[in-house]
Design a protein around this ligand. Structure first.
Ligand SMILES: [Ca+2]
Length: 89
């Protein structure tokens, strides 16, 4: 008998989907680049509040890059908090 384990992680949290359209793509990268080293930006996605650093820098870019082209069923602002499989074996 075999079994399958699927680990799930929440979507839409510090995902890099800055524009809220449901996918992490070039639009999000452009937004981040526009706000680079700025404070008070939606592109400031890491670290998440309340421990945020209030600056758009390489930490934020790392999160965006990690989720590059990830699709989110609701988007950051779409109200959806879906789960996606991150590992199955
Ligand atoms: Ca940041």
């Amino acid at each position: 008998m075999s079994s399958t384990v699927v680990l799930l992680e929440p979507e839409g949290l510090a995902s890099g989907d800055i524009t809220g359209e449901g996918i992490v793509d070039i639009d999000d990268l452009v937004r981040m680049a526009d706000d680079w080293l700025q404070s008070g930006s939606l592109a400031d996605i890491y670290p998440a509040p309340p421990d945020g650093d209030d600056i758009v820098n390489l930490q934020d870019f790392a999160v965006l890059a990690e989720n590059w082209l990830a699709f989110y069923s609701g988007g950051q602002f779409g109200g959806g908090l879906a789960l996606r499989p991150i590992l199955s074996r």
